[in-house]
Write a protein that binds this ligand. Structure first.
Ligand SMILES: CCCC(=O)SCCNC(=O)CCNC(=O)[C@H](O)C(C)(C)COP(=O)(O)OP(=O)(O)OC[C@H]1O[C@@H](n2cnc3c(N)ncnc32)[C@H](O)[C@@H]1OP(=O)(O)O
Ligand SMILES: Nc1ncnc2c1ncn2[C@@H]1O[C@H](COP(=O)(O)OP(=O)(O)OP(=O)(O)O)[C@@H](O)[C@H]1O
Ligand SMILES: O=C(O)CCC(=O)C(=O)O
Ligand SMILES: [Fe+2]
Ligand SMILES: [Mg+2]
Length: 336
């Protein structure tokens, strides 16, 4: 891994110190250097010419990085039109999962965006999937996970106006809970606002630095008004923990680590708050068996849905469901 300019300069100083042992000052300097290099600078980002040292350090420290105005308005308008065609059932996309908010899931079906709170797994829709292969996005993704890039999970979220039961909220969670692959630091999410996203319509809420922790136990939060299917939250969520609301404009994109605790607030407007996202993993990642881990509960739910939807039995594993959906978008597919 080649070093960046400032780090190279530090390396020169280190070499100099190595040749001139100067007791405690030298020891202290070496300690600080290695501490910062390995634990602060190098763990969550890779060396590259795109991110400034400040941006790298910000991601290392906070677990997310917001890039303003990354995706063009024209592209976003195209994603929006494609989403509307899907909602009007003008096209049928193989493998697409359409979710309606739990508050209206049992009401009469309207073939309109009003019924749809999220579509998932649009890897077979060339227009929406274009988002996952945008060179502008991949350049950033490479800074976090390297040159071999798999698009593993795709979503277009259409957060509906809250029906009065706060079901439009997304509980605080770590995305890794859903993923049976590792290593964790070679996974990143890109999430792009398709319009102004603010506290009113339910922007992302993040706990900065939480990516430095471990994967926590997740379960359905105990919310009076109900919770959407599979919207697990961290079990011991502390509402007092300092949090940051990510207010974004159309085209702004946030990249975040899969251990970053995040969620989104209630949509208190009459509009449908839209965002498009993709989770990427390195082609060098590998699948793990989640048996005996905190992820067993989500594996069980996914399996139940698959059995119901496709009338298959145990032969399709949790891993398989990911390997089938994953698509290579750059470099090589090694072990995914
Ligand atoms: C990094 C990743 C992070 C995440 O992915 S977090 C969120 C993960 N969420 C998901 O993966 C969403 C999964 N959703 C789905 O698979 C489907 O929408 C779901 C829930 C299976 C329903 O799909 P369908 O079976 O096509 O729908 P349906 O209208 O026939 O309903 C079947 C039964 O499910 C219920 N349902 C539908 N939407 C729901 C919702 N949002 N929350 C809770 N329950 C819901 C619906 O009421 C019906 O129940 P019943 O059988 O009548 O008792
Ligand atoms: N018990 C819980 N478990 C997990 N997540 C929770 C829990 N309670 C709230 N959250 C989540 O915390 C985040 C903040 O919730 P809140 O409803 O206060 O939204 P907000 O819009 O950020 O706040 P405000 O209303 O002050 O603007 C949301 O993602 C919400 O889903
Ligand atoms: O757009 C949102 O509300 C966040 C969704 C999210 O974090 C998720 O689905 O994993
Ligand atoms: Fe998430
Ligand atoms: Mg709120």
């Amino acid at each position: 891994q080649k070093m960046s300019r400032p780090l190279e300069r530090l390396r020169v100083i280190i070499n100099h110190l190595d040749r001139h042992p100067a007791g405690i000052a030298r020891q202290a300097f070496l300690f600080l250097f290695y501490y910062f290099f390995f634990f602060q600078f190098g763990r969550y980002t890779l060396d590259n010419d795109l991110l400034t040292p400040e941006q790298r350090l910000f991601y290392e420290e906070n677990g997310f990085l917001l890039i303003r105005n990354l995706v063009s308005k024209q592209d976003i308008d195209r994603f929006r039109r494609e989403f509307e065609r899907i909602c009007r059932q003008e096209i049928k996309v193989p493998g697409l999962v359409v979710m309606r908010d739990v508050a209206i899931a049992k009401s009469e079906f309207v073939p309109d965006q009003r019924a749809v709170s999220k579509v998932q797994d649009f890897q077979e829709d060339p227009e929406l999937f274009r988002y996952c292969s945008l060179p502008k996005i991949l350049k950033y993704v490479e800074c976090f996970i390297g040159p071999n890039i798999m698009a593993m999970h795709t979503m277009l979220i259409n957060k509906p106006p809250d029906a009065g039961k706060k079901t439009s909220r997304h509980p605080m969670h770590q995305d890794l809970h859903y993923f049976p692959f590792r290593p964790v630091d070679r996974i990143v999410c890109a999430w792009t606002a398709m319009e102004t996203v603010n506290r009113q319509n339910g922007c992302l809420v993040v706990l900065p630095g939480s990516h430095k922790g471990t994967l926590q136990e997740h379960d359905y939060p105990e919310w009076e008004g109900g919770v959407n299917k599979m919207y697990h939250g961290v079990r011991d969520y502390d509402p007092e923990h300092p949090r940051v609301h990510l207010e974004m404009e159309k085209g702004d994109t946030v990249f975040f680590h899969p251990l970053l605790i995040h969620g989104s607030g209630m949509n208190q407007t009459q509009g449908f708050r839209k965002a498009i996202s993709c989770h990427y993993a390195s082609g060098d990642c590998y699948y793990i068996d989640v048996k005996g881990t905190t992820q067993e509960n989500i594996e069980k739910e996914v399996k139940e849905i698959i059995v119901r939807r496709h009338a298959v039995g145990d032969e399709l594993t949790f891993k398989d469901t990911w390997a089938i959906r994953g698509r290579l978008v750059q470099g090589e597919r090694i072990s995914m």
